[in-house]
Design a protein around this ligand. Structure first.
Ligand code: SF4
Length: 67
């Protein structure tokens, strides 16, 4: 089962929370969210796990979307 994760970097406040839940997420030098080892990608199909779902749920600005 796959899930599409979407990043909305303009909403990200660089709080650093999402990477504590999942290594799917990483940050540009300015702390804004990106996918691990991907500088430009804004959508990715992943196999969801609890950490990814938690990151989507807990992002304070809803900069991470999953569907
Ligand atoms: S949890 Fe949300 S606001 Fe915080 S770094 Fe991740 S995407 Fe940005």
């Amino acid at each position: 089962m796959y899930m599409k994760i979407k990043l909305i970097p303009e909403r990200c406040i660089a709080c650093g929370l999402c990477q504590t839940y999942s290594d799917l997420f990483d940050y540009h030098d300015n702390g804004i969210v990106k996918f691990h080892q991907e500088d430009d990608l804004l959508e990715k199909e992943v196999t969801p796990d609890e950490g990814i779902l938690e990151a989507v749920r807990e992002c304070p600005t809803r900069a991470l979307l999953g569907d």
